[in-house]
Ligand binder design. Sequence first.
Ligand code: KG4
Ligand code: ZN
Length: 342
Amino acid sequence: MIVLGVESSCDETGIALYDTERGLLAHALHSQVAMHEQYGGVVPELASRDHIRRAIPLLKEVLEKSGAGREQIDAIAYTQGPGLAGALLVGASIACGLGLALDRPVLGVHHLEGHLLSPLLASDPPAFPFVALLVSGGHTQLMRVDGVGRYELLGETVDDAAGEAFDKSAKLLGLGYPGGPAISRLAEFGDPHVYKLPRPMLHSKDLNFSFSGLKTAVLTVVKNQVTNICEQDKANVARAFVDAMVDVLVAKSVAALKQTGLKRLVIAGGVGANKQLREALDAAATRKHFRVFYPEMEFCTDNGAMIAFAGALRLQRHPEAARRDYAFNVKPRWPLAEVTGA
Ligand code: KG4
Ligand code: ZN
């Protein structure tokens, strides 16, 4: 079965073809980062309009790269939520329009389920069950994953998401959007001993997170500078921020493994691309004897491959989940816990 995946929940248009026999056939992505950069964040209306412009050329690119013809597509999976309503509507309408034209069924996929299952696309995929740390721009959650559609929420952020804290702190430091990669790069030049930022909820004895205080701590340091903050000091703050963030994410992940008795940890979502986080998790894995699995770098941030893949896994188990009425709705807010079905 060949499934076409369409991702348009935020600022990346992603299209991919996944074959349940042969694996990922091709994928293509357009990032809107350069367009939103000048506004310091994603402008929803611009995002929607750009998805409209990009989707069909990307589809053509994917068909060409894969060597497959349109008629070989068996089903179409699209991101139904969560995300920006207008952006989601573009992907949903393109998926349903294609479904109608090709007479193929369509299936709405949960964006976070795509992220959660994306490490299974790697060459050395984890077996179920595992603990997943989902760290993206909109979400920070620890889940127990027993199989496709078998997700138990263990803990989540009570305020900002990890990626959001990266982005907001980067803005305070005058760095570009998105802030994650920018802070991470700058932190490499920072002195770890100059600033010590709080590790929110590190000892809360549960698996929840809180990052808004960390962002406020960055604001306080920046405000306390009498003159404009110099480049080296920016790097020192970036380093303190990354160290605090990484400490909390690693400690809570280790606690989740301990609580569940599991030995496999999967990292998913944009912040999973972070170099310092990966280094710290790898070190903890060696120390504490667990294995950590990451998606391929290109599938850490939003992409169509994870949606095609999650759609294919769902359709293999529930062929009846795909629909042919082509009436669609999107779910800008959609808790992953509502997604079930083994
Ligand atoms: O998963 P994603 O592409 O989109 C959402 O579903 O939110 O994640 C985007 C987030 C942004 O907040 C971005 O700053 C962060 O992931 N990010 C990073 C890195 N690359 C992306 N954060 C830290 N270090 C990185 N290298
Ligand atoms: Zn995402």
